[in-house]
Design a binder for this molecule. Structure first.
Ligand SMILES: [Zn+2]
Length: 116
């Protein structure tokens, strides 16, 4: 089994997280400050440490929330060393699929079965 480049996917996840949070910040900036303590992280690694507070959640569109939650979960799986493994059947998730959806939990076969 060929090993995937976790670092690359981790960066993809962090970039996406950053993008969503930045969107949120610029959208809401005029109306209200997002938490006084919310300062913009300087490097990508710092974005990994921002967690979703209830406050942030209430400001996000539901689609963005679910994506962010999936990203958080995926980052946790990277830390645990279970990233890229299907949660349903335990098989390795196809790299092409991870390219499209880096935070996916399931291989394409299980995802297809579940969407039925
Ligand atoms: Zn599977």
């Amino acid at each position: 089994m060929k090993t995937i480049n976790i670092e690359r996917f981790k960066n993809m996840l962090l970039e996406e997280k950053k993008r969503i949070l930045k969107n949120l910040k610029s959208e809401k900036e005029d109306e209200e400050r997002i938490g006084e303590s919310w300062s913009e992280p300087r490097d990508l690694e710092d974005w990994a440490h921002i967690s979703l507070t209830e406050d942030l959640k209430s400001k996000l569109a539901s689609r963005d929330i679910s994506t962010l939650m999936e990203i958080e979960e995926a980052l946790r799986r990277i830390n645990r060393g279970t990233y890229g493994i299907c949660e349903k059947c335990g098989a390795a998730i196809e790299e092409e699929r991870l390219e499209l959806i880096p935070w996916t939990r399931y291989c394409s076969k299980c995802a297809r079965e579940m969407s039925r």
